[in-house]
Design a protein around this ligand. Structure first.
Ligand code: ADP
Ligand code: MN
Ligand code: MN
Ligand code: MN
Ligand code: MN
Length: 338
């Protein structure tokens, strides 16, 4: 078939938490080989919290495309887009454009990001595999567990990881999390824009593949109240100078820059994060900034390997699962390199 089905994907205007939207466009070529072959498109912004009804047309500008891993044997693709105003300027909801500029400005520092996307699988209004009434056994045996009494949704998790790899997304691992039906995949390490784009695409694939299984994934930071772990998106960060000998000193200096910007970071680290950053369940309280080596009760953890080697990366544990990776990467670059 000399036509390609291109799924145009974009981030909408819902706040406090943006969601993904997509629609399919038939592109009349045998294979899309470069972005320039993908036309800009438009959509009804009044249906996505991005415009008023009277002036509702907004533009979709393709910025990255990957093979659609759900359509093996075809040339069909997934197309990530930025949302633009009719005059071609970035729309207010387009958080990628500011990251693009900041990343460009600091390109010589060779910053890398890796994000650990946690999520919770739901069937109807209950976490997958939870009893109809009451609760499963308390946490303890579920993290990285095995067996159908402790692990729910692995089939979807494994197909998702495979799909990401087939599409060329740099997924680097998955694990079952502390709360049953809670999972994680990791993306990276990659430069900011690539990592954040691939994370949004991996989220889209997770939701889309969930449709096949009748399972939805939520990124709410505290999907079940009480003595159950929240859901985060730990953000790992390094630069050329933190990865070089003496890098630990550079990381320690970064900690002081991050300390004075704590509130500004929390502002863009996801909605309802106050329910998650309590000081319990491997978090520091939302009002506190503290860092430590190997300390999972800190805001920022320096992995043991980094401390031992005297160089490497650090892990910001504050971002919630529902954060916008464009905003998280932007503020990290501004604070540490700005
Ligand atoms: P954790 O022990 O916190 O659960 P994970 O193995 O889940 O760690 O995730 C580690 C993350 O760190 C991955 O997303 C990976 O891409 C990222 N990472 C590894 N090395 C670097 C680096 N040098 N710079 C930035 N991120 C990195
Ligand atoms: Mn219509
Ligand atoms: Mn992890
Ligand atoms: Mn985790
Ligand atoms: Mn982590």
């Amino acid at each position: 078939m000399s036509k390609v089905m291109a799924e145009y994907i974009w981030v909408d205007g819902q706040r406090p938490t943006a969601k993904l939207r997509s629609k399919m466009k038939v592109v009349e070529v045998a294979e899309v080989r470069s972005l320039s072959e993908l036309p800009d498109w438009s959509f009804d912004g009044s249906s996505t919290y991005q415009a008023e009804g009277k002036k509702s047309d907004l533009m979709l500008k393709p910025v990255r495309f990957i093979a659609n891993p759900l359509k093996p044997g075809t040339k069909d693709i997934l197309v990530l887009c930025e949302v633009m105003n009719p005059d071609g300027s970035p729309h207010w909801s387009n958080t990628r454009a500011p990251l693009r500029m900041v990343a460009e400005k600091h390109a010589s520092e060779e910053a890398w990001f890796g994000m650990e996307q946690e999520y919770t699988l739901f069937e109807g209004n209950r976490p997958l595999g939870w009893p109809d009434k009451g609760f499963p056994a308390p946490q303890g045996g579920y993290y990285c567990g095995v067996g159908c009494d402790e692990v729910f949704g692995r089939k979807l998790v494994e197909s998702h990881a495979e799909a990401c790899l087939r599409a060329g997304i740099k997924l680097c691992g998955t694990n079952a999390e502390v709360m049953p039906a809670q999972w994680e995949f990791q993306i990276g390490p990659l430069p900011a824009l690539e990592m954040a784009d691939e994370l949004w695409l991996a989220r889209w694939l997770l939701y889309r593949m969930g449709e096949e299984h009748g399972i939805s994934a939520t990124l709410h930071p505290k999907p079940v109240k009480g003595d159950w772990n929240g859901t985060g998106c730990h953000t790992n960060f390094s630069t050329k100078s933190t990865r070089e000998p003496g890098g630990l000193k550079v990381i320690e200096a970064a900690m002081e820059k991050l300390r004075v910007k704590h509130e500004a970071h929390i502002q863009v680290y996801g909605a309802h994060n106050v329910e998650r950053l309590t000081g319990l369940h491997e978090t520091a309280p939302i009002t506190v900034f503290r860092w430590g080596v190997s300390d999972r009760g800190s805001s920022i953890r320096i992995p043991l390997g980094t401390a031992n080697d005297g160089r490497g990366y650090f892990e910001d544990r504050r971002p919630a699962a529902n954060c916008d990776p464009y905003e998280v990467c932007r503020i990290m670059l501004e604070t540490v390199l700005g």
